[in-house]
Write a protein that binds this ligand. Structure first.
Ligand SMILES: Nc1nc2c(c(=O)[nH]1)N[C@H]1C(S)=C(S)[C@@H](COP(=O)(O)OP(=O)(O)OC[C@H]3O[C@@H](n4cnc5c(=O)[nH]c(N)nc54)[C@H](O)[C@@H]3O)O[C@H]1N2
Ligand SMILES: Nc1nc2c(c(=O)[nH]1)N[C@H]1C(S)=C(S)[C@@H](COP(=O)(O)OP(=O)(O)OC[C@H]3O[C@@H](n4cnc5c(=O)[nH]c(N)nc54)[C@H](O)[C@@H]3O)O[C@H]1N2
Ligand code: SF4
Ligand SMILES: [Mo]
Length: 764
């Protein structure tokens, strides 16, 4: 469209942990973004369409509540009372505390936690602060990816590979004859920007789409030929029964299993009941998962007979008490049907990454070795989680560890904590407990942030940081995007906001650390990459020098960024492949030449390494293991409803929370079935209290048949805001969840029992 002369167009891409990372066209006038447009390529198949969040992104960048100045606490911890201070005072306070804690308690008392707020090559806090703390003598931290550890565990046990390798590029969905969206809801959580596009095209092409989800999800609304509602936490029971039907009726692909997999016999023993006397029949599964046995049989037959078929499992259902079993069972089913390594099939494993693009390959400055962390035995190929928790605390136990320390069996006592790139008080389990931990008087906390988040409210010092619109960086798409992206600075930072990397450098200076700054490390990088010297020399700006250098780091960057100037200007480099990318095609085409990275060289449906652990809750084959806080738990008498916590359509977790347009478009509400609402006298719009022993939230009800009876859903990410009675008026769902993890290390943020009651005198 035409633009007035005084409007500058800046093409850029944000670095949110949002499921996408799409090219944007920002219209900038007088230092302000006045309009946002999305990708404007003429090719509809290659167009990365902007979702609701970035359509409101100028309200995010220019929001009046964005932090502009360093703050120090001026009231009790958590009171939200702060006063503005200078950067000098903030730095001096932090440096003084760091030195004091190091001297009195040692570096292990310095704790650092990070999430996924901004992940890019250069500016991400994920490298700036750990590098600083390592240079200062080291720190303590957490173990486990809060998002996907169940899926990571399952993929690594089965394939020997992690998340970058188990996906297909989304255009491959066009080759599928049947697609099962098993807990995957890309219409809401994007999951690679053009997932929905290709699903719609596949459907228009005649592909049948079946959704298995306790909710009639957005993807079900848009795509489903059939919705199979299921009781949360029971997917593995249903998948086991599908395996039973296939084995019983000889529908499985024995030739594929013989050639490419290890341990199917052991799995078969479990399924047929040879091992425990219980055949995993559809009738057995129906009693557990609530899906009629006839529907299970039908799906098993259809899935086995339709080739190729894509079973799409995801991370959500795995973020639960026995989460890894769901991804392990999905991997087993896709192997039984011979769909691994084939166009139109899927490898499962929940992670869906491909070795092009992909955010997990981004941070480019290594944080270095952590001198304070004790090194134990090698963890390669060791799937016993306990061995990984010797030096670290599980990510969903951070606040329990801060609260209890070594007296509670944790490996350290925390006196100084930095939370960067995360809002973990809000985003990990049991927020009331987290708030209590943050209130410890002997704890000093620093939070670099854009907002006074729930976590920042409890900090001693809050540092204002720049947003993506104020930075130049190299980004990458979320899983399975066939493109690479460049972030370009569009506006100046508000107030005194600084880049995290600059904050780390200025702190390093004051701590007397040398050799830390960008200008000092660039020559070291160039020594190792002499072929990039000339290209880097073409740029004057230091950040640009780095970004140019980074394009020489990974293969997909090297191969595809042939015209850097154009890449920067357009903010996107599309990757053309001769055919869609298929996970493990090389292995399936030639298993002798390209074995899997497992001990057997095959897909391990049974794992000797896991068997060695001898943990009945984490078996060597995929099994249905009942979760705690399920419907059979005695606690269900008091708290009869299962709580699930999907990601919000209008936010990225807790980010965008303040954007009024977005909360107006998608109000925060609790999904409840009429069968559960009626006996409680609830109608849509009523204010309800949702509670269990961990806490109480107040939220409005949405009475809908789009969720099954016995289950409620509250999207994660609303900001924790307890009132004087301890009722969380923000309705942060983690006020209700448990700070627990599964045997494989998944944060169990989707397993909880609650009760719901109408709030007397609550606003309607
Ligand atoms: N809009 C938006 N998009 C996002 C994000 C966001 O915050 N907002 N976050 C991004 C991030 S970091 C991630 S990790 C991904 C998250 O992606 P996921 O983890 O896959 O998404 P969730 O919303 O947690 O859950 C997916 C679906 O699982 C269903 N479900 C819950 N329990 C069960 C169960 O036991 N069985 C079955 N079969 N289904 C179940 C839910 O109803 C939901 O529809 O999304 C990314 N995309
Ligand atoms: N109950 C429940 N809880 C969940 C989930 C669930 O499904 N259910 N999902 C989990 C998942 S998958 C994830 S990934 C986690 C996410 O957990 P978090 O990473 O804690 O989530 P965010 O709300 O995205 O917080 C990121 C914060 O980083 C800040 N930030 C953004 N950019 C920058 C920057 O450049 N520098 C600095 N210093 N800060 C920045 C943002 O303002 C934001 O407050 O939540 C988990 N929590
Ligand atoms: S998926 Fe992410 S980058 Fe893409 S438009 Fe949505 S919020 Fe923005
Ligand atoms: Mo995540």
């Amino acid at each position: 469209m035409n633009k007035p002369d005084d409007v500058k167009i800046v093409r850029t891409t944000p670095a949110f942990d949002c499921g996408g990372r799409c090219p944007l066209k920002l219209h900038v006038k007088n230092g302000e973004i006045i309009r946002v447009e999305g990708d404007d390529t003429a090719d509809p198949d290659g167009q990365y369409r902007t979702c609701i969040r970035c359509r409101a992104v100028r309200k995010y960048v220019h929001h009046p509540e964005r932090l502009r100045y360093p703050l120090k606490r001026s009231g009790p911890k958590g009171s939200g009372q702060f006063e503005r201070i200078s950067w000098d005072e903030a730095y001096d306070t932090i440096v003084h505390k760091l030195k004091e804690v190091k001297e009195k308690f040692g570096n292990r008392a310095i704790f650092y936690a990070e999430g996924g707020g901004y992940i890019a090559s250069l500016h991400t806090p994920v490298t700036a602060y750990p590098r600083l703390l390592n240079a200062f003598g080291g720190f303590s931290t957490s173990y486990g990816n809060i998002s996907s550890e169940g899926a990571v565990w399952a993929a690594q046990v089965s394939y020997g590979y992690g998340q970058v390798f188990v996906g297909h590029s989304r255009d491959d969905l066009m080759n599928s004859k049947l697609i099962l969206l098993w807990g995957w809801d890309p219409a809401r959580m994007i999951s690679g920007t053009n997932s929905l596009w290709w699903l719609i095209k596949a459907k228009e092409n005649g592909t049948k789409i079946i959704v298995v989800d306790p909710r009639f999800s957005e993807s079900a609304v848009a795509l489903a030929d059939q919705w199979i509602p299921i009781i949360p936490g029971t997917d593995t029971a249903m998948m086991s029964a599908m395996a039973y039907v296939m084995i019983k009726e000889g529908l499985h692909d024995q030739a594929f299993l013989d050639k490419y997999t290890y341990g199917f016999d052991k799995y078969k023993e479990y399924i047929m009941g040879d091992e425990d006397g219980t055949p995993k029949t559809p009738q057995w599964a129906e009693a557990i998962c609530g899906v009629k046995s006839a529907a299970i049989e039908q799906l098993a037959r259809e899935y086995a007979a339709t080739k190729p078929a894509a079973l799409m499992d995801c991370q959500g259902p795995a973020r639960s008490a026995m989460g890894e079993q769901y991804n392990r069972a999905a991997i087993t089913l896709t192997s039984m049907t011979g769909n691994v390594g084939r166009h139109g099939g899927s490898a499962c494993g929940g992670l869906m990454g491909i070795p092009y693009g992909h955010m997990f390959r981004m941070p480019a400055i290594p944080p270095g070795k952590n001198p304070a962390e004790p090194r134990g035995k090698s963890l390669r190929g060791n799937f016993n989680l306990n061995d990984r928790l010797v030096a670290r605390v599980h990510v969903n136990k951070i606040f329990d560890a801060i609260l209890k320390g070594t007296a509670g069996g944790y490996p350290f006592d925390v006196k100084f904590a930095m939370f960067a790139n995360c809002n973990f008080l809000n985003q990990t389990g049991n927020s009331n407990k987290s708030a209590k931990a943050m209130q410890r008087e002997d704890l000093f906390t620093v939070v670099p942030e854009l907002w006074l988040t729930a976590t920042a409210r409890y900090a001693d010092i809050v540092l204002p940081v720049t947003s993506f619109a104020e930075r130049t960086d190299l980004t990458r798409p979320w899983p399975s995007g066939l493109y690479l992206t460049h972030m370009n600075k569009a506006v100046d930072p508000p107030g005194e906001c600084k880049d995290d990397i600059l904050i780390a450098e200025e702190l390093a200076d004051r701590l007397g650390i040398t050799g830390f700054k960008r200008e000092e490390i660039l020559p070291l990088f160039l020594e190792g990459m002499p072929h990039m010297k000339d290209a880097v020399a073409e740029h004057d700006d230091l950040d640009e020098k780095f970004l140019r250098l980074f394009t020489g780091l990974a293969q997909d960057l090297q191969e595809n960024i042939t015209d850097y100037k154009k890449f920067k200007e357009t903010s996107i480099q599309r990757i053309e492949l001769d055919e869609p990318y298929v996970a493990f095609k090389a292995q399936i085409d030639d298993i002798e030449g390209n074995p899997f990275a497992t001990p057997s060289g095959k897909i391990e449906l049974y794992s000797d390494q896991v068997a060695e652990w001898n943990n009945p809750k984490c078996p060597a084959v995929a099994k249905y293991v009942p979760t705690w806080e399920n419907r059979d738990d005695p606690l269900a008498e008091k708290y009869p409803l299962q709580l699930i916590t999907p990601h919000p359509a209008n936010r990225t977790h807790s980010e965008f929370y303040k954007i009024e347009w977005l909360s107006e478009a998608v109000p925060h509400k609790m999904w409840i079935n009429p069968k559960d609402a009626e006996p409680r006298g609830l109608k849509t719009g009523d204010s309800v209290l949702v509670f269990n022993d961990r806490g109480t939230v107040a939220i409005n009800a949405w009475v809908t048949k789009r969720i099954i009876p016995g289950v409620i859903a509250i999207p994660e990410g609303a900001w924790y805001a307890p009132d004087e009675n301890g009722v969380d008026r923000g309705a942060c769902v983690n006020t209700l969840t448990k700070d627990a993890y599964s045997e494989g290390g998944a944060s169990a943020l989707k397993t909880a029992l609650v009760q719901v009651e109408k709030e007397e005198g609550g606003d309607a």
